[in-house]
Design a protein around this ligand. Structure first.
Ligand code: BTN
Length: 275
């Protein structure tokens, strides 16, 4: 893709013109400002928005990250996007959605910017070891509108290092920082949605492939596997050991250091790569 000194503004027309999806983003809502696009998408879903509805915002005032954190969401630079899923896989495969979403983001960054993105378990997207994107999936119960999953994706696209808050500066990056030039956000977003639709399709089959096969690409891209890690489990509890594999439910299987030496399947937690 050509270098852009002054990237074009994000418009619904530009995104639509680049999309190749059958469902995702066919109903597209672009907002100048949202509290959180996940929250907006959930509201729309409760009001009956169709499967595949996508909410995008140019800015978020209350962007949400994993584990109760906030997501840095300044205007005019990045992608903040949420997808409404109404057609859902079997319950045991729901935890694979965030992992497959991270794969879709990594493949999109490779396609659109030629950047070799890797994944930190569970769904951080990294470039050169720094976080460029994240995924936050939220679900809502049954009720009149039925069960819904909202997939939220945040990608740092055109921000510079100085745009990050002090505490993020050492561990965050953007596509522009890695490439040395800015990118058209519409092209990045369309590539993410194209890849996401493809990544989720096998999950929705009446007889989906086994998790090992669904997770093959995730395992290939995951830089956590084979590393010595520290995992924060529930705030205060931590575990150190070797990140051995991904369990069929998407958990990280860790061989704990001696003296415990046992295998632990971590379903949720924060991972630090130690060595
Ligand atoms: C993480 O902590 O890594 C997950 C970050 C997810 C951020 C995205 S931005 C779009 C969507 N709306 C939100 O409020 N959060 C997600």
């Amino acid at each position: 893709m050509a270098a852009l000194t002054d990237p074009p503004p994000l418009t619904a027309q530009a995104i639509r013109s680049l999309l190749h999806t059958a469902s995702l983003g066919r109903d597209l809502r672009l907002l100048a400002v949202a509290g959180s696009t996940n929250q907006e998408a959930m509201l729309l879903a409760q009001q009956g928005a169709p499967d595949g509805t996508v909410v995008v915002a140019d800015q978020q005032t209350a962007g949400k990250g994993r584990l109760g954190r906030s997501w840095h969401s300044p205007p005019g630079a990045n992608i903040y996007c949420s997808v409404v899923l109404r057609r859902l896989p079997q319950t045991e495969q729901l935890p694979l959605i965030p992992l497959l979403t991270a794969v879709a983001v990594a493949l999109a960054l490779q396609d659109v910017a030629g950047l070799p993105a890797r994944l930190k378990w569970p769904n951080d997207v990294l470039l050169n070891g720094r976080k460029v994107g994240g995924v936050l999936c939220e679900s809502a119960g049954v009720g009149q509108a039925g069960a819904v999953v909202v997939i939220g994706v945040g990608i740092n696209v055109n921000g510079g290092a100085g745009g990050f808050p002090e505490d993020l500066r050492a561990m965050a990056t953007s596509l522009a920082m890695e490439l040395g030039h800015s990118l058209d956000r519409a092209a990045v977003l369309a590539a993410v949605l194209d890849h996401l639709e493809k990544a989720l399709a096998p999950l929705m089959l009446p007889s989906p492939p086994p998790p090992e096969s669904l997770l093959q690409e995730y395992v290939r891209l995951c830089s956590t596997l084979g590393r010595h890690v520290q995992v924060s489990l529930h705030g205060t509890e931590t575990l150190e050991g070797l990140a051995e594999s991904i369990a069929p439910d998407g958990s990280l299987r860790v061989l704990a250091d001696p003296p415990a030496g046992r295998r632990v399947d971590v379903r949720a937690g924060d991972v630090i790569h130690l060595r």
